[in-house]
Design a binder for this molecule. Structure first.
Ligand SMILES: Cc1cc2nc3c(=O)[nH]c(=O)nc-3n(C[C@H](O)[C@H](O)[C@H](O)COP(=O)(O)O)c2cc1C
Length: 334
């Protein structure tokens, strides 16, 4: 049985990859993932804010110092090249992981504005990462922000990072676009080599006693990724780039569904955080067992077998399903 797949030009032994999470912060934990069979590893993100915070502190320091030592300023590099303690620690972790692991390491850069943080794509490449995941996470709460400008911002981000690195780039996005298909194609045209679908929006909760908004991180459950599943099925045959499914991948059934929709790989974080790095082995065994029982000989054979390639009008198809779902429900107590 052949579980092999390819993603971002990487040959992977199977399609179950640990997604960005704190599991990659610790080298021993990352090695446990590798020992349990992870074919690659996506690192936790380096956030734009972490890099810029350092830069702002340095800006302040430079301005302050310039009153006393004006000539000293000329010795300082351009803002983009400023050292960032957070950034340097991140690069150090890439180097450490590369030194201790044999599997490919996909770094993750998380930002949205156009700016100096993008030059870290270059540094990430120099530090030895095998590919880059660019996570663009933006909550459009500004009433004056035209949606077309927001979409342009996404596209420009990808273009700008594309210009700064030769690494293959996966773009991790949320599903909240007026036209996901249009955006997916534009991101492909801008230079994305893969889409990672989808970012989770960690809705903070209201504390009604303290009248405060409190952060809340709820790990996902099996089946939480149905939205991604449908979008992957819609996009699969209209894009050339790779697709990764993230969100709610907890067992063999979740993996098979994502592959059949057309994903090249599945990514998992919550399941590994809940059950430990070794759980990846169970997922691989589960996938193998499912394939044996259903007489599939390869992952390639499964990939996209349930995509909407043959659906002439996916919008009408989804609308028909939507209507059928609502109309088929029968309340138990009436
Ligand atoms: C504790 C935690 C930390 C995470 N950190 C990151 C991160 O740094 N960057 C990122 O792109 N995604 C991050 N994620 C999102 C995961 O990579 C993943 O996309 C999401 O959790 C959905 O997958 P899951 O259902 O398997 O958890 C994090 C998730 C969790 C639970």
């Amino acid at each position: 049985m052949n579980l092999k797949t390819t993603y971002l030009g990487l040959d992977l032994a199977h399609p179950i990859v640990p997604s960005a999470s704190p599991l990659s912060e610790n080298t021993d934990t990352a090695r446990r993932l590798e020992d349990a069979g992870a074919p690659a590893l996506v690192m936790y993100s380096l956030f734009e804010e972490q890099i810029l915070d350092d830069q702002h502190r340095l800006d302040h320091f430079l301005e302050h110092g310039s009153h006393t030592f004006a000539e000293a300023l000329t010795y300082f590099p351009e803002p983009d090249a400023y050292a960032s303690a957070n950034g340097e620690a991140y690069l150090e972790q890439i180097r450490r992981l590369k030194e201790h692991l044999k599997i490919p390491v996909i770094a993750s850069l998380n930002g949205v504005s156009s700016g100096g943080w993008m030059s870290w794509a270059e540094k990430i490449e120099q530090a030895g990462a095998d590919a880059l995941e660019l996570n663009i996470f933006y909550i459009p709460a500004d009433f004056d922000h035209d949606p077309r400008e927001i979409e342009e911002m996404y596209v420009n981000d990808v273009r700008a990072v594309r210009e700064r690195t030769g690494l293959k780039i996966a773009v991790k996005i949320a599903p909240f676009f007026s036209s996901m298909s249009y955006m997916a194609r534009r991101l492909e045209e801008a230079g994305a080599d893969a889409l990672v679908m989808f970012n989770r929006f960690y809705e903070p909760d209201f504390d009604i006693e303290q009248l405060q908004v409190k952060p809340r991180l709820k790990l996902s459950q099996s089946g939480d990724g149905l939205l991604a599943l449908h979008w992957i099925a819609i996009l699969r045959d209209h894009l050339k780039i790779d697709l990764a499914a993230t969100g709610g991948i907890h067992d063999a059934t979740d993996i098979v569904k994502a592959l059949m929709a057309g994903a090249d790989i599945t990514m998992t974080a919550s399941a590994l955080l809940r059950r430990g790095p070794e759980h990846i082995q169970n997922l691989v065994i589960g996938l193998q067992r499912w394939m044996e029982e259903h007489e599939y000989v390869s992952v390639e054979q499964m990939k996209g077998s349930m995509s909407y390639a043959k659906v002439a009008n996916p919008s009408a198809f989804e609308r028909a399903n939507y209507m059928k779902t609502l109309q088929s429900y029968r309340p138990e107590r009436l």
